[in-house]
Structure formats: C-alpha cells, structure tokens
Design a protein around this ligand. Structure first.
Ligand code: SAM
Length: 229
C-alpha cells in the first residue's frame, strides 16, 4: 500500500513492525542534525499521510490551546519547526493574519508555504547555542508541535524563545510524552529542568501542564504553556 492510501489510525503503536521506515530514520540520536534535516526534506512528500496513518491528533490538540492563549488573531505568532505546516490548515481556518513558520527543512517549508497560512517562512536551524535571526520581542506567541522528539530540538533552545517572544507572550509546547522517558537529552527530568531553569531565572512563568490522550497512536501528549516575563 502506498503511504498516501494509509487509512487514518492504521498503526496502533509507534513501534509497529510494519511502520513506515521513514519514522525509524528520523527518530533516533544516531544520525546527525544535517542528516535528519535532509531526511525531512525527502520525507516531506508523504509526511502528512504517514502522520495520519498513526492517527496524529497533534494539530487538533494544539489548536485548542491556541484558541485559549493566542487570542488576538492579528497578533504575530511563530510556528516553531513547522515542518510541512500541518498546523497551517488550522491557522488559516481560524483567520490568523500574521503567523510565521520556521524550520530547517527547506522542502518542508515549501509545502508549508502552499497552505497559504503563513505570512513569512524562515529557513533556519534552531539550536541551543545560536540566537535565531529574529529581533527580540517579535512575537505574541510561539507554538512548537512535535519538535521535542528523539534527536530533535535541544532543551536549551528555549532560552532564545524567551528573547523573541514579547513579555506577556505565550510559549506553547506540545510533544509526545514518550520522549520524556526515552530521549537521553530529555529523560530523568532533563527537559522539565530546562523549562524550570527559565522559571527560576524569571524569564517565563509556568501557566499550565496537561496530558492529552490519543495524540499519536496510543501515545499521550504533554502540553506545556509558559508566559514570557
Ligand atoms: C516531527 S516534525 C514536526 C513538524 C510539525 N510541527 C508537525 O507537527 O507536523 C519535526 C520538524 O522539526 C524540524 N527540525 C528538527 N530539528 C530542527 C532544528 N534543529 N531546527 C529547525 N528545525 C528542526 C524538522 O525539519 C521537522 O520539520
């Protein structure tokens, strides 16, 4: 079966033996960031259908929180590691007028562009060491969906998110709970500690942490919301 034909929720488990190998390739620490991004470039064609085959509800869950916290539809927001722009579909529907997308994968960003939901596309690598190109206090809100994952964003990349989001702005993070246990740079509380560090330093304040089931196959979503100070 071609992945385009995969029925919604075909796979019940992220480790299903017959899952598309495209998942194995990117969800590992054993490839470099350059290799991972090149993989996303190649994958962008079938990424949406592959996610669909796991019953991925990340965009729908995330949008619920956007409605709650990104209340000014004319505000400026950032979809951080937007990929192909699965969130863009909802961004357009909700009528946001100034949503930027950033991702390191240029081919994924091309697909995101085709959603006609984003006012700006930024191809850039998000790291813990380098500042992003945006000015301080650019955004009223930043959303990151499915980007804290095995081998993906480094915990300390949130330092720069506190800089580019305005005081009073919201950082909304939605991720698969499994990576809090299975990703070596996040597990044993390391990711939560990186978030808490910014609370302790007075850079953002904790707003809410919630779990949502049926996020990706049987996996649970962790939702974190912070308000930048
Ligand atoms: C699992 S996809 C999630 C994409 C989108 N948010 C979604 O929910 O469909 C992860 C995305 O993160 C991007 N990515 C991974 N590491 C990155 C980095 N260090 N800087 C920028 N983008 C990165 C990949 O190119 C990919 O598009």
């Amino acid at each position: 079966m071609k992945s385009e034909d995969a029925p919604y929720g075909q796979y019940e488990d992220i480790n299903a033996d017959n899952r598309p190998s495209r998942f194995n390739k990117c969800l590992t620490d054993s490839i470099s960031t350059t290799e991972r991004i090149a993989h996303y470039d190649k994958w962008s064609n079938t990424y949406d259908e592959d996610m669909r085959s796991y019953g991925f509800t990340g965009p729908e869950i995330t949008v619920e929180y956007m409605k709650r916290y990104f209340t000014d539809i004319h505000g400026r927001y950032l979809d951080c590691a937007s990929g192909t722009g699965l969130l863009g579909v909802h961004i357009k529907e909700l009528g946001y007028t100034d949503f930027h997308a950033i991702d390191a994968s240029s081919v994924s960003l091309e697909k995101a562009k085709s959603r006609q939901a984003y006012s700006k596309l930024i191809q850039e690598l998000i790291t813990a060491e380098e500042k992003l190109s945006m000015e301080a206090d650019t955004y009223d809100g930043l959303v990151s969906l499915a980007c804290f994952a095995s081998g993906h964003l480094e915990p300390d990349c949130v330092e720069d998110w506190c800089r580019i989001v305005k005081p009073g702005g919201i950082v909304l993070i939605v991720m698969n709970q499994r990576w809090l246990f299975h990703e070596p740079s996040y597990n044993e509380g390391k990711l939560e500690a990186a978030f808490q560090k910014r609370v302790n330093e007075g850079k953002w304040e904790f707003v809410v942490r919630e779990q949502r089931d049926k996020y990706f196959a049987k996996d649970v979503a962790e939702v974190f919301v912070f308000k930048v100070k």
